[in-house]
Design a protein around this ligand. Structure first.
Ligand code: FAD
Ligand code: 2HG
Ligand code: ZN
Length: 468
């Protein structure tokens, strides 16, 4: 292996082949601090050609490759196993915005670009890149593509798959495929782009992408509604869609418990209500007319919902700062729950019409099996995507509760299955849900996935142990 590492050093420079334990440590543990692996080395190539050359060396030496972007993934997909035989391939040095074409409404970027930097580049060109999620300051476009990330604007703009027009990919054999096409229409055979998106690095390494841009809305306005039940939130969503149409760009659900944790762990943050309410909905409108029009629309929506007794209290932000403060509450839930302690995450999707029933039934089943366990439910209600997270009962040691993860998963995922939902709506499978998915996908679907993996990566070197 010394020979292999020397060849890697000759390609990237010795500084970019890390082998010391301290240097590698940040790349070996996942964001949640739940999974730590070992690696032969962490390699940091500078561009797509270096990625291709390194992957070719790995294929020749039969060294497994774990691609990594911002390492913010929540399913332990971006870290190696404990064997110490793989290299972590960090894409973060591939950070160039390659081109912006405002007439074609596209931006071409390296895979290691940070999401927020891509949003900012689009804004500077008078356009919008709409993917938005709480980790946007550190996750990368490559990771967003590899996980087909969702976030808070899917309702209007779609997930990462829908935002991508073209890809550049390094195959497991170290060949570079240039599919960087900025076309809205291209029916020339199998869609390789869609195959790599959502593959979590198991089929190849994404090195560049052409992404869609959109016109900037004239005004973005946020409202926070207090509600009694999740069913009322679903009814409010329907009213908002009827009144606002495509202008409704976000609709997030947050339970009282999720926001109580935010205000507990981030005491500077406050809810704009004097009383507590069981549920909250955060709505965003992106208006193509004016701020006045957006305010009038949201105010009309809220007063109609209050007249129907759907909403018990509401605030419409009157400034960008107020909008930001409301979104901050939402975006700090994951951090607050992490600060509270270890918990069991579920990232599920359910037909929107069944959300209330799903939560009610699942809450009851869990309460019977694990008395006192605390359900923290929030998420992208407009997409039918709930983060149904479960914390230990008050006073119980977190580690002791986590030991029951499999039994808790069984209750939640079986319930998801009964409602014809998905056990991973936006985070992917990684290692965490690799075995779990085998219970819920048909043999045919699993076999076809295996056939694709075998055809593209016959040596099984791309992110082994993840997804399949
Ligand atoms: P990593 O974590 O580095 O990698 C994720 C997966 O992609 C791994 O399997 C890795 O091997 C693979 N990969 C990375 N780069 C490449 C590449 N160039 N080529 C091939 N494979 C690659 N996700 C959502 O969908 N919606 C949310 O709202 C959301 N909110 C979050 C909030 C917080 C606070 C945190 C910590 C995470 C959140 N996530 C969310 C999860 C995470 O941010 C996303 O999955 C993100 O897309 C991962 O990007 P990354 O660059 O960090 O990827
Ligand atoms: C979000 O929507 C993320 O904020 C994280 O997908 C979800 O912390 C979670 O479970
Ligand atoms: Zn989410």
């Amino acid at each position: 292996m010394t020979d292999f590492l020397d060849r890697c050093r000759a390609l990237t420079g010795a500084n970019h082949v890390l082998t010391a334990a301290d240097d590698m440590a940040p790349y070996l543990t996942d964001w949640r601090g739940r999974t730590t692996g070992n690696a032969l080395a962490v390699i940091r190539p500078a561009d797509a050609n270096e990625v291709a050359a390194i992957v070719k060396l790995c294929a020749d030496a039969r060294v497994p490759v774990v691609p990594q972007g911002g390492n913010t993934g929540l399913v332990a997909g971006s870290v190696p196993d404990r064997s110490g035989t793989a290299v972590v391939l960090s894409l973060k040095r591939l950070n160039r915005i390659r081109a912006i074409d405002p007439l074609n409404n596209t931006i071409t970027v390296d895979a290691g670009c940070i999401l927020e930097e891509v949003q900012n580049a689009a804004t500077a060109a008078g356009r919008l890149f709409p993917l938005s999620l709480a980790a946007e300051g550190s996750c990368t476009i490559g990771g967003n593509l590899a996980t087909n990330a969702g976030g808070t604007a899917v309702l209007r703009y779609g997930n990462m798959r829908e935002l991508c027009l073209g890809l550049e990919v390094v195959t497991p054999q170290g060949e570079k495929w240039d599919g960087l096409r900025g076309l809205r229409k291209d029916n020339t055979g199998y869609d390789l782009r869609d195959l790599y998106i959502g593959a979590e690095g198991t089929l190849g390494i994404i090195t560049g992408a052409v992404l869609k841009l959109f016109p900037q809305p004239k005004a973005c306005l946020t409202a926070l509604a207090a509600l009694r039940t999740q069913d009322d939130a679903v009814a409010l969503l329907a009213s908002a869609q009827a009144l606002c149409g495509a202008a409704l760009t976000g609709f997030e659900l947050m339970s009282q418990f999720s926001l109580a944790l935010v205000t507990k762990h981030f005491p500077d943050m406050r809810l704009p209500f004097t009383e507590e309410h069981p549920q909250y909905a955060l709505l965003e409108i992106s208006d193509s007319e004016s701020e006045e029009h957006a305010t009038a629309t949201l105010e009309a929506l809220m007063s109609e919902a209050m007249e129907r007794d759907l909403v018990t209290d509401a605030v419409v932000a009157s400034s960008i700062a107020q909008s930001r403060a409301l979104w901050n509450l939402r975006e700090h839930i994951t951090l607050a729950q992490a600060a509270e302690g270890k918990h069991i995450k579920h990232d599920v999707s359910i037909p929107i019409s069944d959300i209330g029933r799903f939560i009610g039934e699942t809450d009851n089943l869990l309460a019977q099996r694990f008395p006192g366990c605390r359900m923290l439910v929030f998420g992208h209600l407009g997409d039918g995507n709930l983060h149904y997270n479960v914390s230990a009962p008050e006073g119980m040691n977190d580690a002791q509760f986590i030991e029951q993860q499999e039994a808790v998963n069984r209750v939640v995922h079986d319930s998801v299955h009964r409602f014809a939902g998905s056990i991973s709506a936006e985070h992917g499978l990684g290692e965490l849900k690799r075995d779990e998915i085998r219970r819920y996908k048909s043999d045919t679907e699993l076999r076809l996935m295996g056939v694709i993996k075998q055809a593209l990566d016959p040596l099984g070197l791309m992110n082994p142990g993840k997804v399949l």
